[in-house]
Design a protein around this ligand. Sequence first.
Ligand code: SAM
Length: 199
Amino acid sequence: MAFSFFFRDHFILDRLADILSKDIFGQKEIKIWDAGCALGQEPFTFAILLSEKVGYFTFKKVKIFASDIDETGEYQKTIENGIYPYQDLSRIPKDIFEKYFTKVSEDKYRIVSEIHTRVKFVKHNLLGLNPFESNFDAIICKNVLLHFSYLERVKVLQMFYNTLKDGKYLALEQTQKIPTELVDKFKQVFSDVTIYKKV
Ligand SMILES: C[S@@+](CC[C@H](N)C(=O)[O-])C[C@H]1O[C@@H](n2cnc3c(N)ncnc32)[C@H](O)[C@@H]1O
């Protein structure tokens, strides 16, 4: 259930990073929630993509909360160590890989501290419907809602709506649609990618 890898769905994440790279100027801080982050591959991918667009100095304004129910207890440890086997990293473009990872042993690589320090793990059950923070500039929730019932999806998406700042963004996987109950709350930003803006 925790299947993920670095640069999965990167076209969605890259488009969101594009939007936020414009929003970030004029803001003191940008707060992002990656809900259902698995072992951290997705929040770290997003952090890398955003860092590439805004540069290291501005990137210090970014805070990414990576949450997961983490039934194994392994996710927190992995994210806090920031060390991954090459198998998880093989889809990263070579120049990005060389810039953001250092070798620690035969098959293991550590993400650089500039990226690592911007991502904080939170153990959190989405179905508790009790957000740990609010006023997010963006929420990323990919390949998670499909595991929930329709009614659970509506409730979780309503929670995301409540915790986003007005006019800010929600990114879902390409096959996930907004339920009819909530269509007037989220407006799709581009026709070709599942990024929505809070109405
Ligand atoms: C398939 S992974 C998706 C990882 C990543 N978002 C991606 O797209 O690659 C689904 C993740 O959702 C998490 N998850 C499942 N139910 C959850 C819940 N009720 N609350 C929080 N996380 C949950 C699982 O632990 C798993 O890590």
